[in-house]
Design a protein around this ligand. Structure first.
Ligand SMILES: Cc1cc2nc3c(=O)[nH]c(=O)nc-3n(C[C@H](O)[C@H](O)[C@H](O)COP(=O)(O)OP(=O)(O)OC[C@H]3O[C@@H](n4cnc5c(N)ncnc54)[C@H](O)[C@@H]3O)c2cc1C
Length: 355
């Protein structure tokens, strides 16, 4: 007999750990699997979250390396535009992800590393890469931007930004996130995020500009080093994919089994900023609660999950998508982006927020 559990959570990033935590807290039997050998490693992130996340995770402070007060935006090497109130926290993402998984374990979830979802068999059993099979009442797909669960269920992120980052020594303490908007960083932006005595310097670009990405980041690093803001050495390199086509329908079925997608797997990352940690945390917890409600017999629970995500994230994602599309269209037309167009496409400017 194939063993049965209430909930299988695939992926133990922030979305999966919160889903496992919420489902276990509701008294369900939960197996949560992560294909990497260690939670949160390697880190593929610039590690900035809005300070408001502390309301959901009071323990955020323990994973915070430094706080952020403001956002500094530079358009095409022009003067710095200061947005003074952009409170954020620079995380130690490794510690953050590990702490969320620990909380799920403490709530009773069976969290295992080095185990990957492999396939769904006829009859509904899930096959894992260690050869074991399992029946789950609900599957939560929290397996990131290239979600396999999503793909099997017919829900895939259509566009993925490519991001690349170097961590370098920071020469002067800094409490703002620096954003670099330029026609030379197509479909994205460059950043310097300070994290104590280190800075993350990176860029994200549209898929068509992927081949230029390494040079873009090297140039940004060289420029900041020439200004004396960062050192020339590179301490670490990372990168990854960021969903940029907006929210997917987060509910589906694999065979008879209901599936809930959360975090990047549900396309909840902001297509303009690339921020997705907070959305992963919120949506993961909601997915775990929805699974519990559905298994308790609340037949609307899955649709309620979709409605809640739409309510919380829908408007912000729609706005970001429309700003992103407008910039992409202008670039496709061969236009040199005006300063006004760049301002309208970035969250630090009031124009971004007007209709
Ligand atoms: C370079 C870069 C910089 C970023 N910077 C920021 C930032 O500063 N702030 C911010 O808010 N967001 C940032 N993001 C986005 C952020 O990292 C994601 O939105 C966030 O990690 C989403 O969490 P998640 O749990 O949905 O997915 P993930 O964190 O991707 O977790 C998914 C997990 O599923 C596992 N997995 C995948 N397939 C399987 C399988 N078949 N079986 C088992 N496990 C599987 C993966 O190994 C992974 O651990 C950045 C992204 C990149 C690439």
């Amino acid at each position: 007999m194939t063993p049965a559990i209430d909930v299988l959570v695939v992926g133990l990033g922030p979305a999966g750990s919160r889903a496992a935590w919420a489902a276990a807290r509701a008294g369900l039997s939960v197996l949560a699997i992560e294909r990497k050998p260690r939670i949160g490693e390697p880190v593929q992130c610039a590690e900035l979250v809005p300070m408001a996340l502390e309301q959901e995770l009071p323990q955020l402070g323990r994973a915070t390396v430094q706080s952020i007060e403001a956002m500094h935006t530079y358009i095409e090497d022009g003067a710095c535009d200061v947005a003074p109130h952009f409170p954020g926290a620079m995380l130690d993402r490794r510690r953050f992800d590990a702490a969320l998984a620990d909380a799920a374990r403490t709530a009773g979830a069976d969290c295992r590393c080095g185990i990957a979802f492999q396939s769904l068999e006829q009859g509904g059993a899930v096959r894992l890469n260690d050869g074991s099979r399992i029946h789950a009442g609900v599957i939560i797909g929290a397996d990131g931007p290239r979600s396999r669960i999503g793909r099997l269920a017919g829900r895939s992120n259509r566009e993925l930004l490519e991001a690349r980052q170097v961590s370098v020594p920071l020469t002067h303490r800094h409490a703002a996130t620096d954003i670099f908007l330029s026609c030379n960083i197509p479909g994205g932006y460059g950043w310097l995020f300070p994290k104590g005595d280190v800075a993350h310097v990176g860029a994200g670009v549209a898929p068509a500009a992927r081949a230029q990405l390494r040079k873009i980041v090297e140039r940004l690093h060289a420029k900041l080093a020439a200004q004396g803001r960062v050192g020339t050495s590179v301490l670490e390199r990372t990168g990854g994919a960021i969903p940029a086509s907006g929210m997917l329908d987060p509910i589906a079925r694999l065979g008879e089994t209901p599936v809930l997608l959360a975090g990047d797997a549900a396309g909840l990352t902001n297509p303009v900023t690339g921020a997705g940690i907070a959305a992963a945390v919120y949506s993961g917890a909601l997915a775990g609660e929805a699974a519990a409600a559905w298994l308790a017999g609340k037949r609307n629970a899955l649709h309620d999950y979709r409605d809640e995500l739409q309510c919380i994230f829908g408007a912000a994602l729609e706005r970001a998508l429309s700003r992103r599309r407008a910039l992409a269209q202008a670039q496709r037309n061969g236009e040199v982006l005006s300063r006004a167009a760049q301002r309208r496409g970035w969250i630090a400017y009031p124009e971004y927020w007007t209709a």
